[in-house]
Ligand binder design. Structure first.
Ligand SMILES: NC(=O)c1ccc[n+]([C@@H]2O[C@H](COP(=O)([O-])OP(=O)(O)OC[C@H]3O[C@@H](n4cnc5c(N)ncnc54)[C@H](O)[C@@H]3O)[C@@H](O)[C@H]2O)c1
Length: 259
């Protein structure tokens, strides 16, 4: 897979999965624009500061891009160690706002890859709540939304990732005319600093991952499919949300549907 002559924006590029994805894309010839709240120096050709919770920062980051972009990897995200309104803003609403702001910079045929999560696979049961969320910009009252719809520490991360999956599926038509594709990856647990944050808060002894011999993937094992989805070799994959979890989602399906 060659990315020679292509410029790819990677959010979350300062560490974890974003840094690994930037490294793998760069090895394959891509020019990398890293966007992150924290400065990224490794594996990026240009760093643009970005706070996904702040519309002004998003607008400034998008305005700073002055070249055609052939791919956008939306990887930045936070664990539910932050307050629920902020988790939803960063993981979904700000990510969507950045994508929309960058749309005029994306070349025809570009590929957008969103990193959702296996925790978002229950999105169909919350469609009504997500329809309300989808109408909200970053300046909306997220405290009131969370209070009204029972979004709390225990479910805010899942809810934010459900929104990413539903958005990825729901937007399939919007960008079809320009040949732009958008897909999501739903990782299981990955060995990154975020996993430590997550587990420090969320350990449940009955969690499906404890049935697995090896429940955690490496950053490489998630970055590889992201790179594939960003490449022209995945040209017929569009509006899909793909589990990359060593089989974890199969355990969840078997538990839910009892087979
Ligand atoms: N690690 C896992 O187990 C796991 C599992 C499923 C999905 N994910 C998702 O993968 C993505 C990457 O996670 P990771 O494990 O590499 O986490 P990480 O914490 O190592 O990296 C997250 C990156 O996002 C950046 N970031 C945080 N808040 C930001 C903000 N407001 N604006 C801009 N950038 C911000 C951080 O600076 C950091 O570089 C996230 O979206 C996460 O939800 C992770």
């Amino acid at each position: 897979m060659s990315f020679e002559g292509k410029t790819i924006i990677v959010t979350g590029s300062s560490r974890g999965l974003g840094a690994k994805t930037a490294e793998m894309l760069k090895e394959r010839g891509a020019r990398i624009i890293g966007m992150d709240k924290n400065e990224s120096t490794e594996f990026v050709d240009r760093y643009i500061p970005l706070d996904l919770a702040d519309q002004a920062s998003i607008d400034a980051a998008a305005a700073a891009v002055d070249e055609p972009v052939h791919g956008l990897c939306n990887i930045a995200g936070v664990a539910p160690t932050l307050p629920p309104p902020l988790v939803i803003k960063i993981n979904f609403t700000g990510t969507r706002a950045l994508t929309n702001a960058l749309m005029p910079k994306l070349a025809d045929g570009a590929s957008i890859v969103n990193v959702a999560s296996g925790t978002g696979m229950g999105w169909p049961r919350n469609v009504a709540k997500h329809k309300v969320l989808f109408e909200m910009g970053l300046d909306a009252d997220f405290d009131a939304f969370c209070a009204e719809y029972d979004i709390e520490k225990v479910n805010c991360y899942h809810f934010s990732k459900e929104a990413v999956i539903m958005w990825t599926i729901g937007e399939w038509k919007m960008i079809e005319d320009r040949g732009i594709r958008m897909n999501a990856i739903n990782p299981g647990p990955i060995e990154t600093p975020l996993l430590e944050d997550f587990l420090s808060d969320m350990v449940n002894p009955n969690a499906p991952m404890f049935e697995m011999e090896r429940s955690n993937g490496t950053p490489e094992e998630i970055a590889s499919p992201i790179v594939f989805l960003a490449s022209d070799e995945s040209s017929w994959i569009h509006a899909a949300a793909i589990p990359v979890d060593g089989g974890l989602s199969a355990i969840v399906h078997k538990r839910i549907h009892q087979f």
